[in-house]
Design a binder for this molecule. Structure first.
Ligand SMILES: Cc1ncc(COP(=O)(O)O)c(C=O)c1O
Length: 378
């Protein structure tokens, strides 16, 4: 089955017992045991629930992985993945990663002696130089959030394999429609399902996909033991969102391309970070490893330009957290999504106060254009 059809018919297609075209919401905490010695598939919904199982099977197929796991948020998914490590282990993370991922390592896992070290993920030599005996995994996001740096997944995975390390890729920005890290050698893929996969800004969810049985057993054990599972209702919503992923991503891609070019030519804008520009340093790698450039654009407003007023003046584009919804969303990374990163480090990597991140929605692009121009010109 082709990917677009798999989005609609993959995993568990409908309900065999009634013929319903959608997987039902199994809103139950527990399941009847019946026979004393019965070995039933479902016993208790933390351990397994049929609606969640349908979603988990679907995402594993979409990412071409071995097994999938659904969590109550992207951060619950990341936390579950990082929970496989032990005191003394070190994780190498990209210097430009979602603020919450940085925070959970910096302020939570460090309590258990799990360390991290930061490297520039667009520079493979820097990665090699950071590997020592304590390093157990490499955690990347590509494109990076919010500066849209590109990392060569295949190269990272090759280095990881050589050194017996696990490659973890947060694929939230791209989705499996545009990029499939496991096919490029990654071991674990993480998603904030809250974003493009859900697509409608109406749920919080996280997903983990692994490429082998050993990792599946580990993550399955952690999921059941720590219990941050996705509810049956939210599993249903996420399955529903995924059905239209291809249609939405095509529009996100084309709208973002038009908006990136518009911003590039504006006198109020200093610089646009968009991997679809041929002069973007990661353009070649992005074109090789992904089927598109995605719907996220970051841009620097000119020094002295009133970025607060610009954000407040937008009418169609929602000024708020998050990304990947059908509606255009805009945020100020330094005080919002990346506030957990120490100010000095933010400045160093370029998350300055005049940096804006725009998640281009699927509205008519003329309306998005008009809103941006009006707000920029006020
Ligand atoms: C790239 C990325 N990964 C992970 C997360 C965390 O996901 P959630 O908010 O669903 O916990 C986010 C949230 O913004 C994100 O942008």
């Amino acid at each position: 089955m082709k990917f677009e059809s798999l989005l609609i018919h993959g995993g568990i297609d409908g309900d065999a017992s009634t013929g319903a075209v959608n997987v039902p919401i199994y809103q139950t905490s527990t399941f009847k045991k019946g026979k004393f010695d019965a070995d039933n598939t479902y016993e208790y919904s933390r351990s397994g629930n049929p609606t969640r199982a349908a979603l988990e099977k679907l995402i594993a197929e979409l990412e071409e992985g071995y097994a999938g796991f659904a969590f109550a948020s992207g951060m619950a998914a990341t936390t579950a993945v990082l929970s496989q490590f032990k005191t003394g282990d070190k994780i190498l993370i990209s210097n430009n990663i979602y603020g919450g991922t940085f925070r959970v390592l910096d302020k939570y896992f460090n309590n258990f002696g799990i360390n991290y070290s930061v490297f520039n993920s667009s520079n493979i030599e820097e990665l090699k130089n950071n590997i020592d005996d304590s390093v157990k995994a490499i955690f990347i996001e590509t494109p990076t959030n919010p500066l849209m740096g590109i990392t060569d997944i295949e190269e990272v995975a090759k280095i990881a394999k050589k050194n017996n390390l696990i490659t973890i890729v947060d694929n939230t920005f791209m989705t499996p429609y545009l990029q499939k890290p496991i096919t490029l050698g990654a071991d674990i893929v993480i998603h904030s399902g809250t974003k493009y996969l859900g697509g409608h800004s109406d749920l919080i969810a996280g997903l983990v996909i692994v490429n082998n049985n050993e990792l599946a057993e580990k993550i399955g054990f952690i999921q059941n033991s720590t219990g941050g599972v996705l509810s049956p209702f939210d599993s249903f919503l996420l399955i529903r969102g995924i059905k239209t992923l291809a249609l939405r991503m095509d529009r996100h891609n084309s709208n973002a391309n038009i908006i990136a070019n518009l911003l590039k030519d504006r006198k109020e804008v200093e610089k646009v970070y968009y991997p679809g520009f041929e002069d973007h340093p990661g353009y070649k790698i992005q074109s090789k490893q992904a089927k598109g450039y995605g719907g996220i654009i970051s841009f620097l407003l000119k020094e002295g330009y009133d970025y607060k007023k610009f954000l407040e003046n937008l009418e169609l584009i929602t000024f708020g957290e998050s990304l990947g919804g059908v509606e255009s969303l805009i945020c100020h990374p330094a005080t919002m999504t990346h506030a957990a990163i120490p100010s000095e480090m933010r400045q160093e990597i370029g998350i300055t106060d005049n940096l804006i991140r725009l998640s281009v929605g699927v509205e008519n692009v003329d309306d998005i254009t008009e809103d941006l121009i009006k707000a920029l010109e006020i």
